[in-house]
Ligand binder design. Sequence first.
Ligand SMILES: [Cu+2]
Length: 328
Amino acid sequence: MRRPPVALGVAVVAALLFPVAGVAGNGGFALPNLSSPSAKGISDVYWLILAFAGGVFFFVAIPLAVFIFRFRSRGRDRLVEGPQIRGNTSLELAWTVAPVLILFVIGGFVFYKLPGITNPARAGDRSSLTVDVDGRQFYWRFRYPNGVVSFDTLRLPVDRTTTLRITAPDWDVAHSFWVPELAGKRDAIPGQTTSMDIRPERTGSFELKCAEFCGVQHAAMLGTVQVVPIGEFAQWLSHEGQAAPKTVGAQIFAGVCAKCHGPDVAGEIGPALQGNPILADPAQVRTVVTQGTGAMPPVGRGWSDRELRGLTAFLGQTLAKQGGGGGG
Ligand SMILES: [Cu+2]
């Protein structure tokens, strides 16, 4: 009556080939577009571990499939017992020693690679820049040495080492700073500061995400790292220092308020703000934003006067007006 082999065999072979096809076609298995020494080091470690994991998988899965087929019952009575085997010294030694060796190789390789991952600076290359990174519900706030602040977009010079000092305020929750193409993850822990060096090797735009589930709008906590030539970076930094308050406010609104107040999510998380009389009164906006209200967290606590002035200027000129203006 039993005829499992053909269908079962095809299924087993397909299952075994699936990961191979995935790796070959980069079906989400390989790390994206590596653009820094740290990311390359992480990728090397990843491939080594994947190779061992793949080897172990096949080492278990192939004999399993073969045994299921070879030692199937073939219509024998269910109560017939197979041969009773007890102990096999060399086999037992092998399955103890082999995993120890594998772990030893992986551990050794990780420690060999670690310095290049955590300290990507080249010899003689000082850290040229320090940026303070603040993880908040639900935005990233970047502060540059000259006082420039940006929201959700971090600008970095190419081929320089930048030190990121990553933290979250102690009234906020934990977030995790992650730019897969440039570096590993680093937690933004409330009340603590951790630091990470990044050294991008090519210009371009790289995805930044929060890798720690941090609340209702966690999925909107996305950003970009824009890597630009050093000259362009310096120019941007000094230009941004002179930006008009309204421009700063527009960026704050898009990066912070819009995540809860819409337009696309208006009503779901926070009320639509268009025409709300509070927006016309800078003092009230400051209170709401720095202290929170009801279900709204104090998203702007700790912001500088320049940021708060920018926000109120922007709101006063756009959303405060009933009907018109809008967005900006
Ligand atoms: Cu987050």
